[in-house]
Design a protein around this ligand. Structure first.
Ligand SMILES: NC(=O)C1=CN([C@@H]2O[C@H](COP(=O)(O)OP(=O)(O)OC[C@H]3O[C@@H](n4cnc5c(N)ncnc54)[C@H](O)[C@@H]3O)[C@@H](O)[C@H]2O)C=CC1
Ligand SMILES: O=C(O)C1=N[C@H](C(=O)O)C[C@H](O)C1
Length: 237
């Protein structure tokens, strides 16, 4: 498979190494210093684009791919207010767009665990729930996309939480996401329910970026013959 990498930073490099180990060709690597080269690529010479860039670049990269017939797998966080526009464009152009806030299989199991725990906790108002996410100091966005997914899934079940906020303190109706930036941490997420008498915690700790990158390559292999707007739920089924 011929893969175009959009974003060749920490994730782009890890994806390159996993893709090559699985027999794929990297036909292009676009970074902030060679964005003009993107016009060289179309669905004719790239089977799929894997897009891990930065919040202010994702929308234009993905739009270019959809308009030029390149199926696109994106994991960039911090740009999601524009995702509905991309989804509409994908439908209009009969393109292929796959987005996940986290491509690791472990985190996707953790998402399911979070949904189930929220379902169990919904009638126990003596507990308060909050989320902590810890990432490396180079991360550009806060809160993490993964923490937002966790928060949205909790709010669906827990009536006393109305919205998430990215501050360490708030009212009971606010689901607090506390974002910490430390050293080179690849990504740690904790969901904690606290009462006066006890705490219940679930936690996912990434040991490296390999889980994210392998998930993105597996999805890229899977989507090349698919159309439409796709998610991890489609892939994991
Ligand atoms: N969904 C997931 O599973 C994961 C998502 N991420 C997200 O992926 C993104 C990238 O993460 P990292 O690789 O750690 O960041 P990074 O900062 O190491 O790399 C980002 C790269 O994007 C490049 N870039 C800037 N403008 C560009 C443009 N217009 N076109 C193409 N490339 C451009 C930069 O030159 C840089 O090399 C972040 O948004 C991060 O939150 C990271 C890990 C897992
Ligand atoms: O920027 C990162 O590094 C990560 N970003 C994603 C996020 O914002 O959730 C996924 C992972 O936690 C690593």
């Amino acid at each position: 498979m011929n893969i175009l990498l959009l974003g060749y930073g920490k994730m782009g490099r890890t994806i390159e190494s996993i893709a090559k180990s699985r027999g794929h060709n990297i036909v292009g690597k676009i970074n902030e210093d060679n964005t003009a080269d993107l016009v060289k690529y179309t669905g004719g010479n790239a089977d799929v684009a894997i897009e891990f860039s930065q919040p202010d670049a994702a929308y234009e990269n993905i739009r270019y791919c959809i308009e030029n017939g390149i199926p696109v797998v994106s994991g960039t966080t911090g740009w999601l207010e524009k995702k509905p526009e991309i989804e509409a464009l994908c439908q209009e152009k009969d393109g292929t767009f796959f987005y996940a806030s986290n491509f690791s299989i472990g985190v996707n199991l953790f998402f399911k665990l979070n949904e189930q725990l929220a379902g169990l906790m919904k009638d126990f108002n003596e507990y308060n729930v909050d989320i902590e996410e810890i990432h490396h100091t180079e991360k550009k966005d806060a809160p993490s996309g993964t923490a937002i997914t966790l928060a949205e899934d909790i709010i669906k079940s827990i009536d006393y939480k109305k919205k998430w906020i990215n501050k360490p303190f708030g009212k009971k109706e606010d689901l607090i996401i506390n974002s910490l930036r430390e050293g080179r941490v690849p990504g740690t997420h904790t969901v904690k329910y606290s009462s006066a008498v006890d705490d219940i915690e679930i936690k996912h700790t990434a040991h490296s970026r390999e889980g994210f990158a392998k998930g993105a390559v597996l999805v890229a292999e899977w989507i090349t013959d698919k159309k439409g707007v796709l998610t991890m739920d489609n892939f994991l089924k």
